[in-house]
Design a binder for this molecule. Structure first.
Ligand code: THU
Length: 120
């Protein structure tokens, strides 16, 4: 199964009774492991978490800190990552980190130009 197929499959576990909008993500580590995530919502709304961050935090909590790509699939086309998820990506990923959305390919630099980074 390729990265986008994994993202599509991850949507099945979405807990999204408030928005009724499912999102799945599949994150590829530099050594070839895939971590999936889905959006998880809450009655109080603000504790909700996007699929992308769930995938990142699963991987990081397992000790992975180097990533090469993420595939994202929402219930509708053009499910672009939110600003918070882009900032999380910028903490762990280089500007050439690949972001696949439907059949399109972007880099983190496309999605978050001029990002805040103490080391730049
Ligand atoms: N959502 C994601 O999981 N990822 C995105 O890239 C955009 C939005 C979720 C958050 C919320 O659970 C639902 O989609 C509707 O905004």
């Amino acid at each position: 199964m390729n990265l986008m197929e994994k993202a599509i499959e991850a949507k099945n576990n979405s807990y999204s009774p408030y928005s009724n909008f499912r999102v799945g993500a599949a994150l590829l580590t530099k050594d070839g492991k895939i971590y999936t995530g889905c959006n998880i919502e809450n009655a109080s709304y603000s504790p909700s978490c996007c699929a992308e961050r769930v995938a990142f935090f699963k991987a990081i909590s397992d000790g992975y800190k180097e990533f090469s790509a993420i595939a994202i699939s929402g219930d509708k086309e053009n499910c672009y990552p939110c600003g918070v998820c882009r900032q999380v990506m910028s903490e762990f990923c280089a500007e050439n980190f690949k972001i696949y959305i439907d059949d399109k390919e972007y880099t983190l630099k496309d999605m978050l130009p001029y990002s805040f980074d103490l080391e730049k």
